[in-house]
Structures are given as C-alpha cells and as structure tokens.
Design a protein around this ligand. Structure first.
Ligand code: ADP
Length: 518
C-alpha cells in the first residue's frame, strides 16, 4: 500500500498513488533517468548490508514540490525495522571503533570523492525532491561533501592528554573514545548536508549511526548511503530508516544501545527528543529553529548590506534556520535600503529549480505556504505594508512570491517567529541599543547578521548578540571548518569544525598508579 507523504502529516487520508501521478516534465524525466542510470535511485531502507522494504510492505510516496509528481516510493518503516537497524549499528560498532583512525579516514575520504564524482546526480536528486534551484543544490552537495572530507582529516587528530600528576608514582591520562551508536534525525531543507554534518564526525570518531532522514527527502539520503557502501564504509556503520517518525524516534530514544541523539529540525520536536533522551541519559545535540536578526546600521555599505541580506533571506526560498528572519534597519538608511533591497528582490526568478536561471523554487508543502500567508496577514492587519509580492505565485503549487513587508514591529508574528519562507520583514530602529534589544528579544539564538563599516561597532554588537553565529558584512557564513550551533532554545552542541568532533567523543580518565621503580 502506498501512502502519500502528505498523509503522514495528517492533512489527507491515505491516498492511492495514481491520483498523484501525472506526466513528468522532460527535465524531471531526464534528471531521473540520469540518476537511475548512475545506480543512485535507491528506494529501500538500509539495514546492515541489506536494502530492505518495510516489514508490512507500506510505502511513502516522494513528490517533487515544484510539480506534485511522484518521483518514487520508499518504505514506511517503524519500530521493528529501527530496532534491527540499531542492532546492526551496535554489532558493527565493535569492529568499526577498533579500526585505526587512518583506516576510518581512508573510507571517509573515498566517500567524499564519490560524492564529488556524482555531484550532478546528487544535486538533481536534491532539486527533484526538495525543490531548491539546481545551482543551490550543487552548492549543497559541495558543502555536504566538505564535511566528509574535513572529518576524514580530523579523524586523525583525536588527541588525548597527559595531565601532570600531583603524586610522583602516578601518571594521569585522558583518552577520547567514541560515544557508541548514534541516532541521527534530519530535516528536509538540506537533504544531504544535515546528514553529512552528523555522520561525518560520528564515523570519524568510531561511532556507528542510524539515520532517519525526513520523509519528504529520503532519496538523497539513500543515494549518499549507497555511495558510502561503495566507498568501503562497512555495512552496518551507516543504516537508514524512514517512515513513521515518532515510532522511529521513540525506538531510538528507548534503546540503551543508542548512546547519542543528534537532531536538526523544529524546536518542538527537539524538545521532545531531549525529554525522551532522559530515561536512558543519552548525549544530545540539537540544531533547532532560529529567528535571525539582520541589522543594517546607518553606516553600512548599502551594496554590501543589500547583497548580504538578500542572500541571508532568500536562500532555499527562506527555508533555512539561519535565514534572516527580521531585517532591522536604522532610520537614517531605511528608505534607501528598502528601495535598493526591493529592486534586488524583484530580479529573482521564481520557478522549477531544474530550469536554468531560476533563483527561487517552491516551498516544501502546502502547510508551509499557509504559514507564510498567516504571518503576512497578521502583519498587515497590525499596520505593516507589503511593498513587494505578498501572495501565492501565479505558477501555482507551493510557489510564493518573493515578498518584502515594511514597518514590521515587535507585536507581529513576523517578528516573533520563524516564517521559514520568502518573506523579508523590514523593522525600523533608532539606536544601536534598540537594535540589540530587539535582536535579543526572542527565545531563539542561532544566527545573526550585522552590516556596518565601523570596526568598534562590529565588535561591540557581535559580543552583545545572544547568538551562536554572527555574520559581519556577510550573509552566507556556514562552512565545514567553523562551529555551527545555537544558544538559548536554538539548540545544544556544535556541528562542523574541530568542535563538532567533541559531540561524538567521551572523555575517559585513566590513572596509572604504583609506578615506583622498586
Ligand atoms: P519540520 O517542521 O521542519 O519538518 P520537524 O522537526 O517536524 O521539522 O522534522 C525534522 C525531522 O524530525 C524529520 O526527519 C521528521 O520526520 C522528524 N520528526 C518529526 N517528529 C518526530 C518525532 N516525534 N520523533 C522523532 N522524529 C521526528
């Protein structure tokens, strides 16, 4: 039985697949053929060495959000398949964790090379199931693969310590050891990078992993897993299950063999996972929602500020947790910035991400569009003005016009919550203190951006912002070599960089006693 992916999210009853099937566009057919020919269209879960269906035969359809076409069906798995995936990861942990760092590094490096070799197919798969424009998808493949390359190198740098002993006949050592089996739950907005950012350091440290990708975008995860097997990462080190999210999540949480949960997604689900980890006292890393302020000061370089805030806002149609959610603009530059910004937004091309020249694709689903509509209506009902866009795009489906809303204030949803769509709210402010107070007036604390030519102000404001990442005169700041993560309710832990390794390592103290000569 096939179940539409929307059914999983409670908006439709189980639906027969033929109701969805339409003629695919030539671009989509060509892309799918290419992916299939390269052997990367995997449509089963991976448990140990086996590609498997769900035990009861249930399936989920994966759709192209730009067209509604069904791309493929994947198994709708639950507790039983997850338990088997955990067993497989647990068994493999014994051997994988005992390999030398150099051996693990070599397999990871092979995986990186294969991802780059297949970057066009992976990018097409991302665009097909997620909707982002092909150039952005290619950017994600490079970014996603870079975590595997970086952690292949970092695998060799897991150093311990020797601590000077207070007693002459003792030596005090610190060893770093892998935490064990990791459960990794990932979202749909970066179908590849959110997996590699977790699996890269986990495998590098000697952990084994059960990944649950989003049911919206499982195909990229499965293709990446196929390449991992080809790269020589042993079966069982990386397992992939998908389907009933809460059942899979609960099985991971309850297992005493799973020693860590790492998650990227909504704050609400993150809190549940943190709570659920308490009964077995698991390590937890969480990358949750943001509410990024983007502060444009009077002394900003206007071109730099427009370019930076445009990139920070509209990447992935505004569907990233580091997207600028509130553009705070100082009064002296407000008009000039608003005009230049609107002009820049007007130049964006909306459409199917497989087509050339497209800079904004569809939103992931109907619920996402409805959320955007609700936020925009709330703002206009409270006195804000839509100065560009403000409605569904004439292309239909889940396309929404790139939108700019002016005179947004603290009372509006656009200020308080993450819109996760292509809407840029402009919020006027008077002083630096006002800007900092507005920026920090949220429970979120992931990314923040500031635009100013003043070096003292850059320092002052960067230090005052209660955020895990700050971009100064730059709208795209994520890189595998720098720590990514939030403060407050945006999460726990860091991903990427040398700090990303610590999340998968335990510190063990060994005291060697009675070392007297005689
Ligand atoms: P979004 O609203 O952006 O899809 P979610 O937090 O709902 O964010 O989803 C992120 C990931 O968490 C997805 O893989 C999703 O299937 C998974 N997920 C959702 N609910 C649960 C749950 N109760 N337990 C475990 N994982 C879940």
């Amino acid at each position: 039985m096939a179940m539409s992916r929307v059914a999983l999210h409670g908006r439709h009853l189980f639906t027969s697949p033929h109701l969805f099937r339409r003629h695919m566009s030539t671009e989509a057919m060509a892309a799918l053929d290419r992916i299939r020919h390269s052997g990367l269209l995997k449509t089963q879960g991976l448990v140990g060495p086996k590609w498997i269906d769900s035990y009861d035969g249930k399936k989920i359809e994966v759709q192209n959000p730009a067209t509604g076409d069904v791309i493929a069906s994947v198994p709708c798995m639950g507790a039983k398949e997850t338990a088997d995936a955990i067993s497989s990861a647990y068994t493999t942990y014994a051997s994988w964790s005992k390999l030398t760092a150099a051996e693990r590094s070599k397999s990871l490096r092979n995986w990186y090379n294969l991802m780059i070799e297949h970057k066009d197919e992976l990018a097409q798969l991302i665009t097909l199931e997620q909707g982002k424009p092909l150039t952005e998808a290619l950017g994600e493949v490079n970014y996603g693969a870079s975590f595997i390359e970086f952690f292949a190198e970092e695998a060799k740098r897991i150093y311990g310590d020797i601590i000077p002993s207070p007693l002459s006949d003792r030596r005090l050592l610190v060893l770093k050891q892998p935490v064990g089996v990791v459960g990794a739950i990932t979202p749909w907005n970066f179908p590849l990078a959110m997996i590699t950012r977790k699996v890269g350091p986990a495998l590098a440290c000697g952990c084994t992993v059960v990944v649950k990708p989003s049911e919206y975008t499982p195909l990229t995860a499965l293709a990446a897993a196929e390449l991992a097997l080809q790269a020589g990462i042993p079966p069982g080190a990386l397992n992939i299950v998908m389907g009933n999210a809460s059942e899979i999540g609960d099985t991971l949480l309850k297992s005493t063999q799973v020693r860590k949960i790492t998650f990227t997604g909504s704050t609400a689900v993150g809190k549940k996972l943190m709570e659920g980890s308490a009964s077995t006292v698991k390590r937890v890393s969480l990358e949750l929602g943001g509410n990024a302020p983007c502060i444009v000061f009077d002394d900003a370089d206007i071109d730099v500020a427009v370019k930076g805030s445009l990139a920070a806002k509209f990447r992935n149609s505004g569907q990233t947790c580091v997207c600028a959610n509130r553009i705070l603009v100082q009064e002296g530059i407000y008009e000039e910035f608003a005009n230049a910004f609107v002009k820049a937004v007007q130049s964006m091309q909306v459409g199917n991400g497989l087509l050339e020249g497209i800079s904004q694709g569809p939103l992931i689903n109907e619920a996402a569009v409805q959320k955007v509509e609700k936020f925009v209506n709330d703002a206009t009902s409270k006195g804000a003005n839509v100065i560009l866009g403000g409605k569904r795009h004439s292309l239909g489906m889940t396309f929404y016009e790139p939108t700019v809303v002016s005179n947004v204030n603290r009372d509006m949803l656009l200020f308080k919550d993450e819109v996760f769509g292509p809407v840029a709210p402009l919020v006027p402010f008077k002083t630096e203190e006002d800007a900092i107070s507005m920026a920090n007036d949220t429970n979120a604390g992931l990314a923040a951006y500031i635009f100013t030519k003043s070096i003292p102000r850059s320092w002052r404001v960067s230090e005052a912002l209660e955020y895990g990442l700050v971009g100064v005169n730059e709208g795209i700041i994520s890189t595998e070599v720098a720590p990514f993560g939030g403060v407050k309710q945006s999460g726990l832990g860091r991903e990427g960089s040398k700090y990303g390794m610590d999340e998968y390592l335990e510190v063990k103290y060994v005291c060697m006693g009675n070392l007297k000569d005689t």
